[in-house]
Design a protein around this ligand. Structure first.
Ligand SMILES: Cc1cc2nc3c(=O)[nH]c(=O)nc-3n(C[C@H](O)[C@H](O)[C@H](O)COP(=O)(O)O)c2cc1C
Length: 281
């Protein structure tokens, strides 16, 4: 058995980088919304000292074009597909879930309950999960925000509402200034902060949720190496996702899988999952 490796939603386009996607155990799509969206105006990406900021704002084709054009092409690549779903109300999310229900080319539906670049749906995360649960039998993963003041409580609520797993974490809201003008680098002012600086935040969120609920957790946030992946497993993850690292290292999935194996072996474990949760006891 080995630890499944995925990509963070929005951090890989399997259609333009099929060789990277082929190294993963499943491919997570960019968040799909009901209608097509152009996203936010440029500048939408800024580098910072310990990571990057993005304010893409859920750019995408919308569910109709996704189903007719994108999904068949992903299936042709023989990828296991997790579809990330977003919206602006619980019924938006639930409508998309119904469209995805019963499809054998969709492995998991991941509900993006946490995008910092769009105005959030007015309903709570648990209300959105409950609305979706009523409309699909697909495995539902809830992706939660690290900005949540009590993420363990949110985890309990979404699991009680029918989530089968959690993805932790999305980006944190951040801002970068142009050193000369002292104006924000991003057109929208704020963006989602990702990369190495997120790892301690991700570890704390995964650990808190692993103590609170008993469902699979996808650990995501700042992973750059096999050691980082092993730490997320020690905090309670059983799947690991790669985000920002994929922008700089297309070979990261293969490299991190090999590093993870040797980090586990160096500690006397045949399987990295043997360390799952050891940080929490
Ligand atoms: C350019 C970019 C676009 C992203 N788009 C999405 C998205 O559409 N949906 C989503 O749930 N998360 C999105 N994310 C968040 C990532 O999936 C991930 O949760 C986050 O980047 C933390 O992981 P990392 O530190 O390894 O990058 C995006 C991140 C980046 C950098």
């Amino acid at each position: 058995m080995s630890v499944p490796l995925l990509n963070g939603s929005g951090c890989l386009d399997a259609l333009t980088a099929p060789g990277v996607a082929a190294q993963l155990d499943a491919f997570v799509t960019k968040t799909i919304t009901p209608e097509s969206r152009e996203g936010n105006p440029p500048v939408r990406i800024a580098e910072t000292e310990a990571g990057m900021l993005n304010s893409i704002g859920l750019q995408g084709p919308g569910i109709d074009a996704f189903l007719t054009e994108t999904l068949p092409r992903l299936a042709a690549q023989r990828l296991r597909v997790w579809v990330s779903v977003g919206g602006f109300s619980a019924s938006d999310y639930a409508d998309i879930c119904e469209r995805l229900d019963g499809r054998d080319d969709v492995d998991v539906v991941e509900l993006n309950l946490s995008c910092p670049n769009v105005d959030e749906a007015p309903e709570s995360a648990a209300e959105i999960v409950a609305a979706c649960r009523g409309r699909t039998k697909a495995r539902l993963y809830a992706k939660l925000s690290p900005a949540n003041s009590d993420i363990a409580e949110s985890a309990r609520a979404v699991v009680a509402a029918g989530a089968d797993g959690l993805t932790l974490i999305n980006t944190l809201r951040g801002m970068a200034l142009d050193p000369a003008t002292l104006k924000p680098k991003l057109a929208r002012g704020f963006g989602g902060y990702s990369g190495p600086a997120l790892k301690p935040v991700a570890l704390a969120c995964v650990s808190a949720c692993a103590r609170a609920v008993n469902v699979p957790i996808v650990g995501l946030g700042g992973v750059q190496s096999g050691q980082d992946a092993l730490e997320l497993i020690a905090a309670g993850a059983s799947v690991v996702s790669l985000g920002t690292i994929l922008f700089t290292d297309p070979a990261a999935p293969g490299r991190i899988r090999a590093e993870l194996k040797s980090e586990a072996t160096a500690r006397g474990h045949r399987d990295p999952l043997e360390v799952r949760g050891v940080a929490n006891s």
